[in-house]
Design a protein around this ligand. Structure first.
Ligand code: PA5
Length: 473
């Protein structure tokens, strides 16, 4: 991509509606934002100073730069998967599933699986991130395991959900007389973890490494996300180039010049001000699942009860997923008139990938005929602007991130923007952004309930915590 193309594809942030210019006393004055400068510079220093450090789980900052050979290998594997298989199924949960789902939805046809094979060019695609037996049954109703490649993604290889799915498909493949290792690709830890052991037992499964310093929710730009995306025919090099471009834009220490630091400052100001809910509202069906991915990133990273220096705290902001325009007819009433506890981030698109003129018609019904002669693109953009305007008029904090269009390069930028924003915000809150003890606790309790060796004590505790009939209606 030339410098000019990169510039044209640069995503932009408009935070006018966070300031007191239009929001009057509800918005932030220049002085209020300036009062966060020192803290933002400290956060900038922390993130820049710890880039790439695996021991702090900050290896993800280097993913745009250090995967040349891996990318080449992934492209080779993806080519063979596209030729050999009718279906590609991701088995994973959390960070291992939300990224692949988001990239699939953002960069592929919205009805990709329903397209004829010639139009798809690649296998049908499924991400299975639950252990609802109905979902498993229904998946197996629409795929033939003999014609399917399963990408098992788990750093630990010990996550009950993913390993349950693996056991089921391995059993089915065996019963179908198939060689399991020809149907699975593992994305897992480099050296330890159960998938490494299973690979050995099966005689060597094609495996990709989920690098040490990359936690699940920061893993979309490593093989976790790159392999599924490549199988779908996404330009993964452009995805990484977009991330590197955003990284370059985030080199400035001044939050007014660094997009991710700016977003972190805005969100931090809002959190301090009691805005405990952060709504992400893309005006694009393609970007719909960015909200799911972001929800994990933001919630798991910032929801913490202890500071880095060991002091108790209860911080974080609850992410809410909304879709423009759909949720205008569902949640926007609350955003406009409900409690002053939210900040809304719109994701806007300048140029949609499809154009739809609205035909003239119903000439005798002015309520309808005024639409004729416009385009759907004009309508969705107008509704986006109108919602931001209505929120602003009601004194509600909101800002807009605009993508010139949705493509691999802009998506790469957006993901890296959110990752850096999260790292800066966590540093401003002085917490460990990269751990997730709350998730681990639930995982361990599940082990205990299902009788995993070593969890007997916890099982007893759980059994005693059974619900009290006095409180069951
Ligand atoms: O962000 C995280 O670390 C988690 O959501 C994990 O991705 C999730 O729990 C799955 O863990 P694993 O990759 O070990 O199967």
């Amino acid at each position: 991509m030339t410098e000019e193309q990169r510039r044209q594809n640069r995503i932009k942030i408009d935070y006018t509606n966070m300031t007191d210019k239009y929001l009057k006393e509800k918005g932030y004055s220049a002085e209020a934002l300036e009062s966060l400068r020192a803290l933002s510079e400290q956060a900038y220093g922390y993130v820049s100073g710890n880039r790439g450090k695996d021991e702090l789980y900050m290896g993800w900052t280097e993913l745009p730069y250090n995967q040349k050979e891996i990318v080449a290998d992934i492209l080779k594997t993806a080519k063979s998967v596209r030729e050999k298989f009718e279906n590609f199924v991701v088995l994973g949960i959390g960070g291992s599933a939300l990224g692949p789902t988001m990239a699939f939805n953002a960069l592929c046809h919205l009805h990709y699986n329903d397209l004829p094979k010639e139009k798809r060019g690649g296998p049908r695609f499924f991400v299975e991130d639950n252990v609802d037996p109905v979902r498993m049954r229904d998946l197996l109703d629409v795929i033939d395991v003999k014609k399917t490649c399963f990408n098992v993604i788990s750093k630990s290889g010990a996550t009950s959900e993913t390993m349950t799915q693996y056991l089921i498909i391995a059993d089915l493949l065996k019963k179908a007389g198939e060689d399991i290792k020809e149907h699975v690709i593992f994305t897992t830890d480099g050296a330890k973890g159960n998938l490494v052991k299973i690979s050995k037992e099966l005689g060597g499964v094609k495996s990709y490494v989920l690098p040490d310093g990359v936690g699940g929710r920061f893993s979309e730009l490593c093989p976790v996300g790159l392999l599924p995306a490549a199988v779908l025919g996404v330009d993964i090099e452009a995805l990484l180039e977009g991330a590197a471009y955003m990284d370059e834009l985030c080199k400035e220490k001044d939050f007014r010049k660094n997009p991710a630091l700016l977003c972190a400052v805005l969100q931090f100001a809002a959190m301090k001000d009691g805005k405990n809910i952060g709504v992400l509202m893309p005006y694009s069906d393609n970007l719909r699942y960015v909200s799911d991915w972001y929800a994990q990133l933001w919630a798991e990273s910032l929801g913490k009860n202890v500071t880095l220096d060991g002091k108790p705290c209860n911080v974080g902001q609850t992410p809410v997923k909304a879709l423009g325009v759909t949720d205008q007819h569902s949640q926007v009433q609350l955003y406009t008139e409900g409690p002053f506890d939210k900040v809304v981030t719109f994701l806007s698109v300048e140029k949609y990938a499809a154009a739809f003129p609205i035909p003239h018609g119903c000439e005798n019904i002015p309520d309808v005929s005024f639409l004729g002669g416009h385009t759907m693109e004009e309508l969705i953009r107008a509704e986006n602007k109108a919602t931001a305007y209505a929120l602003t008029r009601a004194g509600r904090l909101n800002y807009t991130i605009t993508l010139p269009e949705v493509n691999a390069f802009t998506l790469g930028q957006l993901l890296f923007l959110f990752e850096m924003q999260t790292a800066y915000a966590g540093a401003m809150l002085n917490i460990d952004t990269f751990n997730q003890p709350g998730v681990e606790a639930g995982k361990k309790a599940t082990f205990a309930l299902l009788g995993k060796p070593g969890y007997a004590e916890q099982k007893k505790e759980l059994d005693n915590a059974a619900s009290d009939s006095d409180y069951v209606l």
